[in-house]
Design a binder for this molecule. Structure first.
Ligand code: CTP
Ligand code: ZN
Length: 156
């Protein structure tokens, strides 16, 4: 497993989702995207900065008995573009996929410009072009303002 050594650091799970290859340090924000707080009654395994063959270091989050929505996956792609989503049923990986960071993003996040038409009272769906992947930078299709990682993180 992921170059961690001879033994698993945490157990395999029976059912749920393993989010693997999260950019190091970003597991916290992944939990925030999923709405998981200290009050949540869910079983989570949380690995941070563990060795990874592919990326040097990575975070991993295992969430038992939960599968993720497309909207959650789209948000995770913004902060962890190399994340792998493994869906586990009865201990087997029944689906493995990468999150996808498309060239254009619509409606997932807000523009950082308070004066942008997408932040006006009449709703206009925000649209961005992804101009950088890691760290993330989105250029607004309406006002051209760049929304960066800091501003995105404050929305999650
Ligand atoms: N996993 C788990 N519970 C299971 C099955 C897998 O927690 N019942 C976890 C593994 O510990 C690993 C991840 O899911 O963190 C992916 O498993 P696997 O595909 O077996 O590992 P790798 O081959 O290292 O994955 P990849 O090819 O995506 O790097
Ligand atoms: Zn804008």
């Amino acid at each position: 497993m992921g170059g961690a050594g001879k033994e698993l650091r945490v157990s395999k799970i029976a059912n749920g989702t393993v989010i693997d290859h999260i950019s190091p340090g970003k597991a916290w924000i992944v939990l925030r995207i999923l709405g998981i707080t200290e009050r949540s009654d869910v079983v989570i395994s949380f690995l941070m900065n563990v060795p990874s063959k592919k990326y040097g270091k990575k975070d991993v989050v295992k969430i038992e008995n939960r599968e993720l929505t497309e909207e959650e996956l789209n948000k995770i792609a913004l902060v962890a573009p190399d994340a792998t989503i493994n869906i586990i049923r009865n201990f087997e990986i029944v689906e493995k996929r990468r999150v996808e960071l498309p060239e254009f993003i619509e409606g997932v996040v807000k523009c950082s410009n308070p004066g942008c038409i997408t932040n006006a009272s009449e709703p206009v769906v925000p649209k961005f072009r992804v101009v950088s992947k890691a760290p993330i930078a989105l250029r607004c299709a309406y006002c051209e303002r760049i929304t960066g990682e800091e501003e995105l993180l404050s929305q999650f």
